[in-house]
Design a protein around this ligand. Structure first.
Ligand SMILES: C[S@@+](CC[C@H](N)C(=O)[O-])C[C@H]1O[C@@H](n2cnc3c(N)ncnc32)[C@H](O)[C@@H]1O
Length: 434
């Protein structure tokens, strides 16, 4: 069958990545499962094939023959081309239920269901951190996200999911198109009122410093951090306190360190993680701590928090925070997959472990080591439910039981999901106790 052939697919579910799961209709239809971009559970669509594997066909919806009640007109005029958000066609209030179904599907084999699904407080204008691409065309800057299934860049004059300050800051960059490389990336961070940009691959020079000061900075875009040819330079203010309005200890950060995508939902996530950790008076190990998002609140209750992150800039922000707030935090730089087996071999334990790895998760060796190192509880914060499911299987086999799974929608209009799994040690079942 040619790649252009259209087939009719009945969609019955949703898979990790946000694709509709279905089967082809009709006599002699291919019996393999379809994963269809742009299709929702309950829909009947025509689809074309993008890729094939032994048991599965990846496709793209072309025409919606029977639409789900959750299907809406995308709020963004660029939704048909821009690859930044793939769920603009899903009603905002239906997105959290689809995310719950995705996580349930990933964790079903472990016998757990999602206990609580926390929708995003806002569906648009929520995003305070983003990384966009740019390229110069003529004298102007094309700046935005990659096109769907392509590396071409869609010019985004104003993005409806970014907050106002970030949109404003990104548009200011167009004023210095003539001084930027032919193509590159820009990282932005906003505190809701003001924003900072980071330009990797842009070596500092007097000319660009002057141009940024004269043509770009204003009351909203307060600084641009340049990095290139092993040199770093700040024009204006390039770090800011975020989350000050959320009733938490504010955290200093810049555009090059990891921060959660939005402030309002992050306040709920931090509160949940701290409650799940039951850290009062305990010795806490926190891996993948970043600039101290959870550490700042864990440190208020715990006897001590030992943190690790492999980003030097994040560790330096966290050390500054601990010192300024006099929190019992010992922040170290290093790789979690190296530290965990070392701790396990030495027999060192912590009452509680909090981990928040990137998409790839922990992996089986680090998960096995974690089960030896954490003696009471593990709070696992994940941004990829499939690697979380893999690691939970190892942790359960190593003497822990899953007591809670809660999901948080940080990124409406996309199928991205943040999942928090809480695990408790089963008495007598951990390898160290056997
Ligand atoms: C998802 S972020 C979480 C950061 C923080 N918990 C937060 O909520 O902002 C993951 C963090 O892990 C760090 N990281 C990535 N790979 C790592 C590794 N192998 N060992 C230690 N830290 C790592 C990154 O620098 C990043 O700060």
């Amino acid at each position: 069958m040619s790649a252009e052939t259209q087939e009719i697919i009945r969609v019955h579910g949703v898979a990790h990545g946000g694709h509709g799961v279905g089967r082809a209709e009709g006599e002699g239809a291919d019996p393999r499962v379809w994963l269809v971009d742009g299709a929702l559970p309950g829909e009947r669509v025509t689809a074309t094939r993008l890729r094939e594997a032994k048991q599965m066909i990846r496709g793209r919806a072309l025409e919606i023959l029977e639409a789900s009640p959750a299907r809406v007109t995308p709020p963004c005029p660029l939704a048909a081309t821009c690859g930044g958000c793939s769920w603009q066609h899903v009603a905002a209030d239906a997105q959290i239920e689809l995310k719950r179904q995705i996580v349930d599907g990933q964790l079903r084999h472990l016998g757990v269901t999602v206990r609580r699904a926390v929708p995003s407080p806002a569906a648009l204008g929520y995003r305070r951190r983003a990384r966009l691409h740019y390229t110069r065309e003529g004298g102007a800057l094309v700046i935005g996200f990659h096109e769907q299934r392509s590396h071409a860049i869609v010019d985004v004059p104003s993005c409806p999911v970014l907050d106002g300050a970030l949109n404003h800051a990104l548009s200011r960059l167009r004023e210095i198109a003539d001084l930027l490389p032919a193509s590159g990336e820009v990282a932005g961070l906003s505190d809701g009122e003001r924003a900072i940009l980071g330009l990797p691959g842009v070596p500092p020079s007097e000319a660009i410093d002057l141009a940024i000061r004269e043509r770009v900075l204003d009351d909203v875009l307060i600084g641009v951090a340049l990095r290139g040819r092993r040199r770093r330079h700040s024009v204006g203010v390039t770090s800011m306190a975020i989350d000050a309005a959320e009733g938490q200890i504010p955290m200093a950060a810049g555009p090059f360190v990891f921060t959660q995508a939005q402030a309002a939902q992050n306040a709920l996530l931090v509160r949940h993680v701290v409650e799940a950790a039951r850290a009062r008076g305990k010795r806490v190990l926190e891996l993948f701590a970043g600039a101290g998002n959870f550490s700042r609140e864990l440190g208020r209750h715990a006897q001590g928090v030992w943190t690790l992150d492999d980003g030097r800039e994040s560790v330096s922000y966290l050390r500054g925070l601990a010192e300024e707030r006099r929190l019992p935090i010992n922040a170290k730089h290093g790789k979690a997959e190296l530290l965990l087996p070392k701790l396990a071999r030495s027999g060192k334990t912590f009452d509680v472990a909090v981990v928040d790895p990137p998409r790839r998760g922990l992996g089986s060796a680090a998960s096995e080591a974690l089960a030896k190192v954490a003696s009471e509880r593990i709070v696992y914060v994940a941004c990829d439910p499939s690697t979380l499911a893999r690691d939970l299987k190892t942790l359960v086999a190593s003497g822990f039981r899953i007591s809670d799974v809660t999901i948080f929608d940080f990124m409406p209009m996309t199928p991205e999901i943040e999942v928090v799994a809480t695990l408790e040690a089963v008495p007598g079942a951990r390898p160290a106790e056997r």
